[in-house]
Design a protein around this ligand. Structure first.
Ligand code: SF4
Length: 210
């Protein structure tokens, strides 16, 4: 059975004059997963091998949000696998968390060809799925991983360096959100791992103080 609850507006969407909130029927997890698996709402459905819905504990306090599936994720149907996924796992482990203890999803559920950045219209098209996942999960903290995820979730064009190191709020939900580097970037720039660790500690402090 679906639940009815408040959902934030999509990035870049403006509110109608007469209301400031949208009440949207959010399907349950199974129905939402089925909808994503069958989605043809944007052109990316033509080139995907499979959709990448999200994985992890559906009652987790941590929600990790990345950009989009890569080639390996597209093959396996799971976000953050391969070398980036291993590094993410290691980062989580340093916090005392296993992959199964958090919930991991992406802005896009289908792989953009050649791993290009998501087009704005693709991200907008896919946003209701992520918002529904957030509404079902009700995380205590969202960690936006990488520039694309951070800019989409915060509806901003500011660079990552300006978005890190502070606690944002996701839309009108009030859910705290912290920005950090994408593991793929950290593999290329390992000296930045210290900053990523600081970001994760900031995220953890939100949960321990709440
Ligand atoms: S990227 Fe999202 S909106 Fe586009 S086809 Fe895949 S699931 Fe649908």
């Amino acid at each position: 059975m679906g639940i009815s609850r408040w959902i934030p507006r999509g990035e870049g969407e403006s509110a109608p004059d007469e209301v400031s909130e949208a009440v949207v029927e959010v399907p349950g997890w199974s129905e939402l997963e089925r909808q994503v698996a069958e989605c043809t709402a944007c052109e990316l459905h033509r080139s995907r091998t499979r959709t990448v819905f999200g994985v992890g504990d559906r009652a987790a306090r941590w929600m990790i949000v990345g950009e989009a599936p890569g080639a390996e994720e597209d093959r396996r149907g799971e976000p953050f696998v391969g070398r980036s996924g291993k590094l993410l796992d290691a980062m989580l482990l340093a916090l005392g968390l296993a992959r199964k203890d958090v919930y991991i999803a992406n802005i896009l559920k289908c792989r953009p060809p050649e791993n290009r950045d998501p087009a704005p219209e693709e991200a907008l098209c896919c946003a209701p799925y992520l918002r529904s996942q957030m509404a079902l999960l009700k995380p205590g903290i969202i960690v936006a991983v990488g520039l694309v995820a951070a800019q989409r979730l915060l509806d901003t064009k500011l660079p990552l360096a300006r978005l890190r190191g502070q606690i944002h709020r996701y839309g009108d939900t009030g859910i705290p959100l912290v920005v950090t580097y994408h593991p793929a970037y950290l593999l290329r720039a390992p000296l930045q791992k210290k900053k990523a660790w600081q970001d994760l500690l900031l995220a953890r402090s939100v949960l321990t103080e709440s």
